[in-house]
Design a protein around this ligand. Structure first.
Ligand code: ASP
Length: 339
């Protein structure tokens, strides 16, 4: 009898503790869409049109990031910086509320990798297609094969890079910029971009979650290099019972900790989205050490099943876009753990 009471009160006490200890106060919004970096504003606006009219989060996260993929001279899609052989290779993945997922990687000359990833999810028994096989599938599905010509900005950036051809694949400061450079997560003065990805997660009016992530990867990367962005659990993860998360920054370090999956599991254990992201960033610091972390950037964003959102990053300079109404589409500066 006493023991039963003890267990009962014990478990109540534990959950009360975890909620007051880990959760942030915050107004839950539904529907809601959030995405990485300032390109997220335009992407959110497209996603919001679908969410506002009662549409599915899956459609919203696909249509949202397609806006960014379409932009010429942008950090994502065919207009982005090439690899060190001068070729643009794209990675993307998508995941829905039923744990269905699809991914493409090392895909060339296709404008919308996110839509090919969705077709992989919906039309094949597989999760991931890469390289020429992914391209072959895309063409068979009716996606046009584009020219492969570099955008003006990418051409200029590549020519600059070729002058030294230094292989310094350090995200966000890879072009020899000081840490202050990524206080402006947009196009740099020399026309180059200091990040290469958009990740988006959304909850629809029905309370279902989905996410998408699309990238050209690191500028001037080794040919064949993949980052976290097309890898389910690393660059993106959705669990419809709990929440959804996506990542940006140095993909190798996100892969090492299964970053987006870790963020979702942190939320399952009672953390708010912001604290779940923070704990994942702390894990990277623990694994890699403070000194090496000062050379890179990683940021996570997340939403939970209640429609709360949050983000966290290693260093100052990461921001994300939040949208939950026609006139509520705004940037939030990511909190950071290194100073
Ligand atoms: N995470 C991407 C990658 O490592 C890059 C980025 O987020 O900018 O390929």
């Amino acid at each position: 009898m006493h023991r039963r009471n003890f267990l009962h009160w014990g478990s109540l006490g534990l959950s009360a503790l975890s909620f007051s200890g880990f959760r942030n106060a915050g107004i839950a919004q539904k529907p809601l869409v959030i995405s990485t970096w300032d390109a997220g504003i335009a992407a959110n606006a497209a996603a919001w049109k679908i969410l506002r009219s009662g549409g599915r989060a899956l459609d919203a996260v696909e249509k949202g990031v397609m806006v960014t993929e379409s932009e010429l001279n942008c950090c994502v899609g065919l207009g982005a910086n090439p690899d060190r052989d001068g070729l643009v290779t794209l990675d993307a993945c998508i995941m829905d509320e039923n744990a269905n997922c699809g991914s493409v990687a090392f895909l060339e000359r296709i404008k919308h990798p996110i839509s090919v990833a969705r077709r992989v999810m919906e039309k094949t028994p597989h999760v991931m297609l890469v390289g020429s096989g992914a391209q072959q599938f895309a063409v068979a599905e009716g996606f046009p094969l584009e020219s492969g010509k570099l955008s003006d900005d990418a051409e200029r950036a590549y020519k600059n890079w070729l002058q030294k051809s230094e292989y310094k694949p350090v995200i966000n400061i890879e072009r020899g910029k000081s840490p202050q450079a990524y206080a402006v997560p947009t196009k740099l003065a020399n026309g180059e971009w200091n990040h290469d990805t958009i990740g988006m997660v959304a909850i629809d009016a029905q309370g279902n979650l989905s996410g998408s992530c699309t990238t050209s990867g690191m500028g001037f990367k080794m040919r064949g290099r993949l980052g976290d962005s097309p890898i389910i659990g690393a660059g993106l993860f959705v669990d419809n019972e709990v929440g959804a998360a996506t990542a940006t920054g140095q993909g190798e370090d996100v892969i090492r900790i299964c970053g987006s999956h870790l963020v979702v599991e942190n939320m399952r254990n009672g953390y708010s989205p912001e604290n779940a992201c923070k704990a994942a960033v702390e894990r990277i610091v623990k694994v890699k050490g403070v000194a090496k972390c000062k050379e890179i950037q990683v940021g996570f964003i997340a939403i939970n099943k209640q429609g709360e959102y949050g983000g966290y990053c290693l260093q100052k300079g990461f921001s994300f876009a939040v949208c939950y109404a026609d006139d509520k589409n705004f940037m939030v500066d990511g909190k950071f753990i290194l100073s």
